[in-house]
Design a protein around this ligand. Structure first.
Ligand code: UD1
Length: 368
């Protein structure tokens, strides 16, 4: 049996719940030696370490400590700092997840050194190259050797882009593995009690995309949208550092705080966030992952973006794309509040077994 050394990369908040089930699954394979590299793209306790704790992920073997900066700075630092580690460790495979800068920068570094790359969450496309994530997805997919796809649209997209079907595998969603594995701990979360949210009508909102939060106009529009939500609901808004920084920069914090039914929180750790999500009747978000987690939990979602790379969340009936169109949002909220809202269907392979499929494919490949 060949030994398989896998360097696994994480960097930003949405990566941690994607790597967790893989790190757990590797333990069942004595032939796999996993190494964990954290690029340090996210570094605040609430954006990083708290996830390692609640998801039981081992401490990273290496931390590149790249921190915040422009895209060029982040890419440059990651590439420069990962190279010596790859030279020293000589892994058989570098595995990257998702679509953040750390994902694409590490994929490029490995591939340039002729080290095979596996990409988890391949094939998602928003068809909007103004999103930095879309660029990261395209780069990463086109240089990966093993492409693990979370929803069927991904298979179609990769085929259209000319990527060989021999490299692509429809395996399901590792983030949903984490959600399913964490359900008993999520039940124990005290976050509702702590914030006096038990038995309340909760609307969860998360907003952090540069396209929504980097301009004053857009933030004012968001304020208007939140102001129109029924007053007997509590809007819970865990605020991303980018969002907070910009709301302060544009002098809008007092206006946000003046909304009586808005509860602004610091970024919250995974188990608490899912506890709130599970107990919400509506989600308003621009996050990628939350669209999927809400669809799995069958919570109606309004995505305040112009597109989604996760169309399965729409076809299953959970999600709608509205941009910041107040009329569309109001009419959807009316529909969700009425008894006529159609039943949300299951998404194929959202079954808790994606990591099992992935690791089994990797080991078969290396033992062939
Ligand atoms: C990144 C990802 C995005 C993902 C998001 C999840 C890219 C291009 N974007 O966006 O896809 O949805 O993470 O959170 O990779 N900051 C802190 N503390 C931290 C991290 C960041 O205060 O621990 C602040 C800094 O001011 C930083 C800003 O947030 O400049 C943005 O961080 P960055 O990693 O550049 O992008 P995100 O907006 O977090």
């Amino acid at each position: 049996m060949a030994q398989i050394k896998i360097i696994n990369v994480v960097g930003a908040r949405p990566n941690f719940m994607k790597i967790a089930p893989l790190m757990k699954e590797y333990l069942r394979y004595p032939e796999i030696s996993p190494i964990l590299v954290h690029t340090g793209q996210h570094y605040d306790y609430q954006m990083s370490e708290s996830f390692f704790k609640s998801l039981g992920i081992k401490n990273p073997d290496y931390n590149l400590e790249v921190g915040s900066g422009t895209h060029a700075q982040q890419f440059g630092k990651i590439i420069e700092r990962l190279e010596p580690i790859l030279l020293k460790e000589k892994p058989n495979l570098v595995l990257v997840v998702g679509d953040v800068n750390s994902t694409a920068a590490c994929a490029i570094t490995a591939k340039k050194m002729n080290i095979p790359v596996a990409h988890i969450e391949s094939g998602l496309r928003s068809f909007d190259q103004e999103m930095p994530e879309e660029i990261n997805r395209i780069i990463t997919d086109h240089i990966s050797d093993l492409l693990f796809v979370s929803e069927k649209s991904g298979i179609k997209n990769l085929k259209k882009e000319g990527i060989s079907s021999k490299k692509t595998y429809f395996v399901g969603n590792v983030m949903i593995d984490t959600l399913i594995n964490s359900l008993p701990q999520i039940e124990k979360s005290e976050i509702l009690k702590k914030n006096n949210l038990e038995n309340k009508r909760i609307v969860l909102t998360t907003i952090h995309r540069p396209s929504n939060v980097d301009s004053k106009e857009k933030l004012e529009k968001i304020l208007e949208i939140l102001n129109k939500i029924e007053k007997n609901s509590i809007i819970v808004f865990p605020m991303h550092p980018r969002t907070k920084k910009n709301i302060e920069l544009f002098d809008l914090m007092e206006k946000f705080k003046s909304l009586k039914n808005l509860l602004i929180l610091d970024p919250i750790e995974y188990l608490d966030l899912i506890k709130i999500l599970k107990n919400s009747w509506l989600v308003i978000t621009d996050s990628g992952g939350i669209q999927e987690e809400a669809a799995f939990l069958k919570i109606p979602t309004i995505t305040i973006r112009e597109n989604t790379e996760r169309p399965a969340t729409i076809t299953c009936g959970a999600n709608i794309i509205t941009g910041l169109n107040t009329k569309k949002i109001a009419s959807q909220i009316k529909k969700i509040s009425s008894k006529k809202y159609p039943k949300i269907k299951n998404i194929p392979l959202y079954d808790g077994k994606a990591a099992k499929r992935i690791v089994s494919i990797i080991t078969k490949k290396y033992n062939a």
